[in-house]
Design a protein. Structure first.
Length: 375
């Protein structure tokens, strides 16, 4: 950006300098023409009228002309006039150049000024003006997004701190009961131990979320690609969710026409689809979640759809942003870190694919597209 602006400014200064040289050459040409015309007039015209009206002046000029001093004096006079003209042009050129430099310098100070909405520069600097306004708008947008991201991250820390405290408090409570009641019946003791174990798993999940938050912000995801069967991977992920689906009385319907092979990192892609299905299971208000794969020449579309609460378009456009959650009144049951879909987008993009979401009334559909391995 800086180099482009410098290049534009240099071109503008060159044009100004060219105009300055042209004006000097034009002035020199006019001066030369004036001298030639003067000599022609003096040598060819009859100045009898001047002799009749001003004889003294006539003889003075004639003597000066024939003595040769007339040419010298007139040349000196014309040179002085030309020099003054050049100095005036030089002054105007330098004034214009410094006005450009000052305008750009002042405008650069306004790039971070929130009170200035649009930067305006003098005529001739339209290209730099447009670039600086684009830079200013981009900077303001990035600053706004950074503030929103920071707010969502702070909210996330508060939410996670609360959710970490809840199972931890329960663990302490149940273990205290077990420790204090030495003669507690075995069935009751087993019940408390089972509840404490469930709370421990919940605590582990939350700690893992915190780990992924730190890892997502500090590391670049590196892929280790190999040939994988996409259908088998999705079926494996569905099987892994069987206990949760059974508990929630939900099901996943998966339909495809042919086996699809892709070249991808199985672990990373597994996590991406795992996050998508976990999101669908947690937020679906219907018992059925549908998955469909459609193959094209060199692409495969994976569609994941479920019925959920209606999502406004302005929220739907942000669901792949880090730390963003559609439901601000999160619960321990369904609330995540707000990183799940952001990680999905990162992984799919690294595989030269793309992902987006659409919503129709109360149904949301995730569209994932990946390149197919060529035979």
């Amino acid at each position: 950006m800086k180099n482009k602006n410098q290049h534009t400014l240099n071109n503008l200064l060159k044009e100004t300098y060219k105009k300055f040289l042209l004006k000097i050459l034009l002035a020199a040409l006019l001066t030369f023409i004036f001298i030639i015309i003067t000599f022609f007039i003096i040598n060819t015209l009859d100045f009898q009228w001047a002799y009749n009206m001003y004889p003294i002046l006539y003889y003075s000029i004639r003597d000066l002309w024939y003595s040769g001093y007339f040419i010298l004096y007139s040349t000196i006079l014309l040179f002085l006039i030309w020099t003054i003209f050049v100095l005036i042009l030089l002054y105007r050129m330098l004034k214009k150049v410094f006005s450009y430099i000052n305008a750009v310098s002042d405008a650069s100070n306004k790039l971070l000024d929130e009170n200035v909405s649009i930067i305006e520069l003098p005529d001739g600097l339209e290209e730099i003006q447009n670039k600086m306004n684009i830079l200013k708008m981009t900077s303001e947008k990035n600053a706004r997004l950074a503030k929103e991201s920071e707010k969502r991250k702070n909210d996330l820390i508060v939410y996670l701190a609360h959710d970490l405290k809840t199972p931890l408090t329960s663990l302490i409570g149940y273990f205290s009961l077990i420790d204090e009641a030495k003669d507690m019946p075995n069935p009751q003791r087993e019940k408390y131990v089972k509840i404490a174990l469930e709370k421990s798993y919940k605590l582990e999940d939350l700690i893992n979320e915190l780990f992924y938050i730190a890892r997502f912000n500090s590391e670049t995801i590196i892929l280790e690609k190999q040939e994988i069967n996409l259908n088998m991977m999705i079926e494996q992920i569905i099987d892994d969710f069987y206990p949760i689906l059974k508990e929630l009385k939900k099901e996943i319907q998966y339909s495809y026409n042919e086996n699809i092979k892709i070249y991808a990192d199985p672990d990373k892609l597994y996590r991406a689809f795992n996050n998508l299905l976990k999101n669908a299971i947690n937020y679906s208000i219907d018992k059925t979640i549908k998955i469909e794969t459609i193959t094209h020449d060199d692409k495969v579309d994976i569609l994941i759809s479920n019925r959920t609460k209606k999502i406004p378009k302005e929220k739907l456009d942000k669901i792949f942003e880090k730390f963003y959650r559609v439901d601000s009144s999160r619960t321990s049951r369904t609330g995540g870190s707000g990183l799940g879909l952001a990680i999905v987008k990162e992984i799919i993009n690294l595989h030269d694919g793309n992902v987006h979401a659409t919503s129709d009334d109360e149904y949301i559909k995730f569209h994932i597209q990946l390149p197919v391995k060529k035979s």
